[in-house]
Write a protein that binds this ligand. Structure first.
Ligand code: HEM
Length: 418
């Protein structure tokens, strides 16, 4: 954790030093609705950092709209209309696509994938754990989520690696390790109508179109086909809506789960007592569910999502004006002492644990939460079946991003289970 209490939240560089926990604590304690100036030409934004306030605003989409962008970036109307996904719409418009997708991502539907996740997790762990030292983020956490999401969506297995690379280029568009078009360092105007202002957005669009055309010719038993079916009123998604959903899924479903797994393995490597608590527990022991929830609370990979105020709103004596950008720092909410006892400690039996890593209520709560939970749980079970000890062997490296929080490299020494 980064102990600078005055870290610049607008700078991607801040987050390469780790999560600025002290800055968020100061904001929660002293200025929970803080005005933050932007230096890159942005209009500035309100930073909402307390759990209860985030929850309150997130549940008022009629006042705090997603339909003008959900990241800090200022978008023109043209850019917004070209790139918006259903996540960047408000009810009732949002509801149509959400209802179609919900069927495929519900708890009940996702539970059916447990055997498949286990098969992939066994394969990934067996391959990664050959020697006695490995970068667990690169070889385990990065490998599994896109392969799994590909199976759910219905894309061919052999495209998995390519989709992971493209997903990284999109969502890690501020980290030079993942893209040549670093958003705050080079001119990305040419790509302003593409997801994340990235050339990878064009590749993803082309790929999505190919998947769409294939399914319009031959119906397949997968989520992409489901998405192309008309709803009960006969409406179908436009080509642009389909392509933007695909880009959203590749971006949202890939690295958030990766970084949740990365953070789980970081704690296991640094707190041997956690391994003792979990190792040997039956797969259906309730401790796995509380442990996964706690690891995800702590990891909270989506640092924030933005809303735009549609009317004036009073909070903590400040007036948020209609048109202002309002940033809900979900990750900060997960460390709010008003909600969680000793939030800086991992407690794998914490219950209740109403964290906001997946959002907190509101229409946009994470669609993929059950898939993410299942992947983290099964992967940790298979990992701990194979190792007796884990120890961090080199300093971890953090993603350069003030949007996604993640350990991108974690080298671990381990003893294999006898
Ligand atoms: C641990 C892993 C994950 C975390 C922490 C996470 C976090 C979030 C958060 C905080 C939101 C709310 C966004 C908002 O308020 O605007 C969200 C929405 C969303 N997530 Fe996830 N996510 C994860 C995994 C996934 C996966 C595996 C998928 C797979 C498809 C996914 C797809 C989505 C989609 C489509 C939305 C938009 C939902 C809507 O607007 O109705 N996420 N996610």
């Amino acid at each position: 954790m980064n102990q600078d209490a005055y870290a610049d939240l607008t700078s991607h560089d801040t987050f390469t030093k780790g999560f600025p926990a002290a800055t968020f604590k100061r904001l929660r304690d002293e200025d929970p609705c803080a005005w933050i100036e932007e230096t890159d030409g942005g209009k500035g934004f309100w930073a909402i950092t307390r759990y209860e306030d985030i929850k309150e605003l997130n549940r008022k989409p009629h006042i705090f709209s997603s339909a003008k962008g959900i990241r800090l970036e200022e978008q023109s109307e043209e850019e917004y209309l070209a790139r918006r996904t259903f996540q960047e719409t408000d009810p009732p418009e949002h509801t149509r696509q959400r209802m179609i997708l919900h069927r495929a991502f519900s708890h009940k539907m996702i539970a059916k994938y447990e055997d498949l996740v286990r098969e992939l997790a066994c394969d990934v762990c067996d391959t990664a754990l050959q020697g006695n030292q490995v970068d667990v983020v690169k070889e385990i956490a990065r490998k599994l989520p896109m392969r799994m999401l590909g199976r759910v969506l219905g894309t061919p297995d052999e495209d998995g690696e390519w989709l992971v690379d493209k997903g990284d280029e999109l969502i890690a568009n501020s980290d030079p390790e993942f893209t040549d078009h670093v958003i705050d360092q080079v001119d990305t105007d040419e790509y302003r109508l593409m997801p994340f202002r990235s050339p990878a957005g064009k590749d993803i669009y082309d790929y999505a179109k190919k998947q769409m055309v294939e399914r319009l010719h031959t119906k397949m038993d997968d989520v992409l086909s489901l998405l192309l079916e008309p709803n009960k009123d006969g409406d179908v998604l436009s080509e642009l809506e389909f392509k933007n959903f695909f880009a959203l899924a590749v971006a949202a479903g890939n690295d958030t789960t990766r970084y949740s797994l990365a953070m789980s393995m970081y704690h296991l490597s640094n707190q041997p007592e956690l391994i003792n608590q979990l190792k040997g527990k039956a797969d259906d022991d309730p401790i796995w569910d509380t442990a996964v929830e706690e690891f995800i609370r702590y990891a909270a990979p989506t640092l924030h999502f933005r809303r735009t105020a549609l009317e004036d709103y009073k909070l903590h004596g400040k007036t948020i004006k209609a048109g202002d950008k309002v940033v809900l720092w979900f990750t900060s909410g997960n460390f709010d002492e008003r909600q969680f006892e000793t939030p800086e400690n991992i407690n794998i039996t914490r219950s209740p644990n109403q964290h906001m890593a997946f959002g907190q209520g509101g229409p946009h709560a994470c669609l993929g939460m059950w898939l993410a939970r299942l992947e983290v749980k099964v992967t940790l079970q298979e990992l701990l079946r194979r190792v007796d000890t884990m120890e961090q062997a080199a300093p971890e490296k953090y993603l350069r991003s003030n949007f996604i929080r993640g350990i991108k490299s974690l080298v671990v020494r381990f003893d294999k289970a006898a």
